[in-house]
Design a protein around this ligand. Sequence first.
Ligand code: CDP
Ligand code: MG
Length: 729
Amino acid sequence: DMKAERKQRENEWYENQVNRAQQVNQLTKLKKETVNETEKQYEYVFDQSHMIDYVPDIPEDEMKELENKIELEELIVQEEKRISSIEETKKSLPVFQFRDELLRSVGKYQVLIVVGETGSGKTTQLPQYLYEAGYGKHGKMIGCTQPRRVAAVSVAARVADEVGTRVGDKVGYSIRFDEKSSENTVIKYMTDGMLVREFLTDHDLAKYSVMIIDEAHERTLQTDILLGLFKNLLKKRPDFKLIISSATINAKKFSDYFDSAPIFNVPGRRYPVEIFYTQQPEANYLSAAIITVFQIHMSQKSSGDILVFLTGQDEIETMAENLAETCKKLEGQIKEMVICPIYANLPPEQQKRIFEPTPKNARKVVISTNIAETSLTIDGIVYVIDCGFVKENVYNATTGMESLEVLPCSKASADQRAGRAGRVGPGKCFRLYTKWVYLNDLPRNPTPEILRTDLTGVVLLMMTLGITDLVHFDFMDKPSTKTLVKALELLYALGALNERGELTNVGIKMAMFPTKPMLSKSLLASSELKCCDEVLSIVSMLEDTGSLFVNSKEKKEMAKNAHASFHSKIGGDHLTLLQIWDKFAESGFSPQWCHDNFLQYKVLQKARSVKKQLQRICRRLGLLSDGPHESEREPNTTALRVMKAITAGYFSQSARLSPRGDTYTTLSRKQPVLIHPSSTLHGAVPPVKLIVYHELVMTTKEFMRHVMPVQGKWLAEYGRNYFDKKDLL
Ligand code: CDP
Ligand code: MG
């Protein structure tokens, strides 16, 4: 109908052109007559070669309209160019040649495994083919899951563009705390986690005719859960189609899991990539990466963009800043460099930048987490720089402790990263480690997330879905019984399960929140403690929204003082966040205020939107009553109540100051831990004796991030089904 509309606009335009031409003709006639008069009267010789050009007067409003029409005409031409270039691009993708064969196979089999080189068009094209083939009819949708939020958003934008619709219209996406879809949506991209949650409200996924589990080789926790859930669903819905799409690793395993489902191979193209290793191990891969970027930029005459793999947002931002500064210093001496960071929390406007064509005479440097390994394909990459590391969850089932760690990536990842250099032509990959490390230190394959993460949240969700026998659930890789038992124990201690291991009302309510069970429990407790709004603010800021504090190099002292002004003496990092929130709200959510206080406006904006959504769930569950009475709003008791609510969820993550007063040990497992240097309680005098922490980060040691003082009696109260008596002594 887009085409029909265009055709109509075109017709209007041509009609108008014809009218105008007729008007001009009449004027010319008039002109000729006038000239004849003049000739007679003044006996001038009429010289045909000196005709005067007259311009008809066009009223201003008509003129405007005409201009609009011309603009429209240009737009139409542009749009046509765009469409034909999109068509061309679409046809040039490797999957295009297999379009009909793919659709035939989907029609024939209930489960199909599609395997193809990254960038062959699986993610962007498959849903469109299915749509064109009618899978979007009868009010049904075509779904496609992505392990990463950034990928879901950016692919939706791309496909909306290709289809010629706005995001949220025919093509939409759904990620945690952000959904853009409507009744019109037929192609929906979503994170795998969001689809798991959709099972909660729509057990049979009745809204979908077909689902693509994309990037299945990543084997995220949520993908593995989905595969298990679909195994059951397929029996119930014979009309339903499941497509599992994966890069070239491990396809056989998926086929085996789904009773020898057929594998459809999309042969890709790949140019040779020359690999380089460092001769010596590099102590600091970040500075090695920066040096390598400039080496490439200055020594390689030809164009070709650079893709750098690092492990996380902080590193990426540091490197981006550093490159920008150095470029400024070298201005005029080197070619222009377009620096594009990309990571999960990057705002969408900036995400788009990485796909923009590189200007002539410039070189694009994309600095990415392993997001660009398979989820995103950036055209034009010729050089890859690989730090050889990845940031991952690590879970110890014995201690029950989960932490984020930077670890060597797998050989499969390193090879995949290198492959990104060979998409447009022969490429080069610079590995910031030695060949020996590649051969001896890197594991062969990545470990599926389900084997290295805490399962509390997943177990709660599955119980809510009626899957109670987790030990016998058909997982692709079975998590250890120890991990499952740990999850059940914590759920029992949180009150989500009763002594018989059955789901309680508290558990059902907890599962309604898209947050970890411990956070959900804090929210539930805050309602009873009449401080729901406060805890909502804190929780929203704790949900990975990015780094809040701006560390200004020039105004170091000012930034430090501004941040210190929010410090809470009694409530540690959690109440500090609350103070920031309150002041932000008082300022009328002002960007200027954030700027003046060296805080990231974007992060607070995001927290605001997260808070609104959590608030909605709280309201639905009746947790947000009229709010406390004025008398109960006395600041100190509010602070204490907030701290109690946090403890209600986080008692299991508590630690006690060691007798020597320099380190902490966890209460339940007696593991050594330290307060993260970024905490307001770091180096407190005197040190706080008893604390709970939000998360652990492993660098040189296990650091607790976001720390709050607690009282022993709160731990005893909320952790009564968790701690042994001796733990609390
Ligand atoms: O899923 P697969 O790796 O097989 O390929 P894809 O993600 O569908 O990518 C197909 C093409 O679309 C590539 O050439 C990408 O560069 C391009 N693309 C893009 O330009 N912008 C996006 N946001 C996503 C893909
Ligand atoms: Mg893909």
